[in-house]
Ligand binder design. Sequence first.
Ligand SMILES: O=C(O)CNC(=O)[C@H](CS)NC(=O)CCC(=O)C(=O)O
Length: 262
Amino acid sequence: MNSKPDVQKNLDFLQREFNALARYENHLVVLPECFAFFGGRDISQASIKENYLDGPIQSFLAEQARLHNIWIVAGSMPVAIEQNERFHAACLVFAPDGSCKTQYNKIHLFDVEVSDSTGTYKESATTMAGNQVVVIDTPFAKLGLAICYDLRFPELFRQMQALDADIICVPSAFTQVTGEAHWQVLLQARAIENQCFIVAANQSGTHENGRETWGHSMVVDPWGNIISQQNVQIGTLSCEINLDKITQIRHKMPNLLHRKLK
Ligand SMILES: O=C(O)CNC(=O)[C@H](CS)NC(=O)CCC(=O)C(=O)O
């Protein structure tokens, strides 16, 4: 996506993409970080925060999940915390019956100096870090959840691996500069070392406040092969995931069994 600071525009875009999806029995759709609001010049994400299980964005997602019979890993959106001005950058997961199954709160916040037009990123100014590793069960796979900057912390992925994650979803808004340098390598490394699938949906292009994101959404298999990938264009990337590959690759390369340090 190239999300705007206009919720309705972003949801309209998603609506069109959802309408165009093929129907499958087990269909997982992963949205990028900040899918509903990104790149505001004068307004911030805080203006669209919702209480958990309440609010128009979550209603939209629940309805779309039902209508299209899909699982939605809803990138991230600001979810309110009681008696706290800051919010969680939360990844909510919706089942095809419209129920919300979990809330993963981004653990590692991007307080980093980047040599781009934004310069200083200070996510912790508005966001409260989470502290729970989340792997959820679905009828077709166990899904691990990580958001953007979390990708740089292999110990988080190892913990998801220990909880038997088959597919780790990484909704992101990786910057142009750091994305060009590290995005693909990090995704492949996390897939190879944990021998699982990685589905990474990234924001792409120039946003209203001048911020640039790297795009290049991709799906990586447990051998590190990129099985589907996008360049900088927006739109839906689709592929089939065969979980048997996990067993085959773990058999062929038993590095997870050979660990000495825990
Ligand atoms: O603040 C917002 O509006 C939305 N949130 C984001 O864009 C977040 C925090 S600033 N971006 C990242 O985590 C980029 C990480 C990254 O690019 C890297 O690890 O290199």
